[in-house]
Write a protein that binds this ligand. Structure first.
Ligand code: SAJ
Length: 432
């Protein structure tokens, strides 16, 4: 690795993780090239703009692009450090697809030279970094590749998972601890040196396999714990108990910390990553698999509850509050709220009104459904039925007097003072 001022870094994949990472590295004075397969993404970044919404990202990117520290291209170039941040979706039967990772590694092989470091950040099945290593062995027989050439390798290969929370990416990129897994200990130390440029959190080294598994179990931990909360919401619904109240009470125990129930689990990580573990060890993962099913089943449960409520109020306009996969962000992909809203508009058409302060227009799956996008004030004035799907702050702050007479299905527990009366025909309790 050269001195700080002249370090050259290539980041492959300029999405929700790659772009912020590239920009943060560029801010340290490294010369960063971002590589993406989409011309529009490359053009947007080279004009100093961003194609994704993330707090403070626009200002950071425009600054580093203006200074010439960040450029984007379709073409890879030689560098000292390569960071792979491409997607790892799952395909049929929840089998992880590492095709983009291996394609990125193939392109790196063309420009790789002695002294370089290759780091995989994409969430990956255990063993993927070794696959990258094997690919490089195959494509570059002229180089001594680590783990195949003892400690006398020409290049370093490591896995370092991103673990940032959408909405707090720039803060967490700097402050979170990092787990850095090397193909060899020397690889881990080389990668550690790179992360120390911009990470204030602790950087802990381990093996590539352990680091890969660490990432998967973090998100599986959260999925299992949300599933527990969602299962509690179903039990509490049957027993006529307010689930949020009992969770709050149980959490007063010094060793209990139950998460929040909701309409299901969305986003691109927590609902996906546990499948990587289930796929790799199907016999050993009954709990992780059940958690996935509980969380997906909660979305279907909410659709059934909302349908019963709306049918019990014939003709009344219905407001669906929120489409995003979680509070206070504009990301509608893999969102349970979106799935529920789509099911309700498919059934009830123009009776359904959508309130989503983070959308300028109805997203594609809803655009042709007859549903309309309205603001929260209009919803309060015109909709006797409300289905709360996202806990955006703007919804949370609606006082009781503005919603007192309404039939409300509150899947997020944002209105604890809402009278829990449902139209008799539904037989529902509206807390969950
Ligand atoms: N959710 C609940 N109840 C809760 C917490 C969350 O229903 O108590 C739901 C949310 O509404 C949302 C989903 O879970 O639909 C996921 O939201 P999240 O805020 O838990 O997580 P993400 O997907 O935004 O980010 C996660 C984070 N992982 C962990 O917290 C272990 C983040 O640190 C990871 O970097 C990210 O996944 C990732 O990229 O893997």
């Amino acid at each position: 690795m050269g001195s700080h001022a002249e370090l050259k870094v290539v980041v492959l994949g300029l999405g929700y993780i790659g772009l912020p990472t590239a920009a943060v590295i560029a801010r340290t004075g490294a010369r960063v090239l971002g590589v993406d397969v989409h011309q529009s993404v490359v053009d947007t970044i080279n004009s100093g703009k961003v194609h994704i919404e993330e707090v403070d990202l626009d200002g950071l990117v425009s600054g580093v692009v203006a200074r010439g520290d960040l450029r984007a291209s379709l073409q890879i170039e030689p560098a000292d450090v390569f960071v792979i941040a491409v997607p790892t979706p799952f395909g049929e039967n929840h089998a992880p697809n590492t095709g983009y990772v291996l394609k990125a590694a193939t392109s790196i092989a063309i420009v790789l030279k002695p002294g370089d470091t290759v780091i995989l950040e994409s969430t990956s099945p255990v063993g993927t970094t070794e696959k990258v290593r094997d690919l490089l062995v195959q494509l570059r027989p002229d180089l001594r590749i680590p783990g195949r050439a003892g400690e006398q390798a020409d290049v370093a290969i490591a896995y370092c998972p991103e673990r940032v929370l959408p909405g707090r990416i720039l803060v967490e990129l700097i402050d979170n601890d990092r787990v850095i897994g090397g193909i060899t200990p020397r690889c881990a130390r080389k990668a550690l040196h790179f992360y120390r440029r911009f990470v204030r959190g602790a950087c802990v080294t381990t093996t590539a396999r352990a680091a890969e598994m660490t990432k998967l179990i973090e998100n599986a931990f959260r999925d299992v714990n949300i599933a527990f909360a969602n299962e509690l919401s179903l039990i509490a619904g049957r027993m006529g108990v307010d689930v949020w109240e009992v969770i709050r009470l149980a959490n007063r125990h010094p060793r209990v910390n139950i998460l929040q129930p909701g309409p299901g689990v969305g986003g691109h990580c927590i609902a996906v990553d546990p499948w990587f573990l289930v796929h790799a060890a199907p016999e050993q993962t009954p709990l992780i698999r059940a958690a996935r099913q509980v969380n997906d089943g909660k979305t279907d449960h909410v659709i059934a509850q909302a349908t019963a409520l709306i049918e019990a109020m014939p003709g009344a306009p219905v407001a669906c509050l929120g489409l995003a996969f979680k509070a206070n962000i504009d990301d509608f992909r893999e969102s349970p709220a979106m799935k529920i809203a789509a099911a309700l508009t498919a059934r009830f058409g123009a009776r359904v009104r959508i309130v989503e302060p983070y959308a300028d227009a109805l997203p594609v799956p809803l655009a042709d459904s007859g549903a309309t996008l309205i603001d929260i004030d209009t919803a309060i004035e015109t909709c006797p039925v409300m289905v709360v799907l996202v806990d955006h702050d703007v919804f949370r702050s609606v006082p009781l007097e503005e919603r007192a007479g309404k039939a409300v299905l509150d899947t997020r527990g944002i209105w604890p003072d809402q009278p829990r009366v449902a139209p008799a025909a539904t037989g529902l309790r509206l807390a969950s």
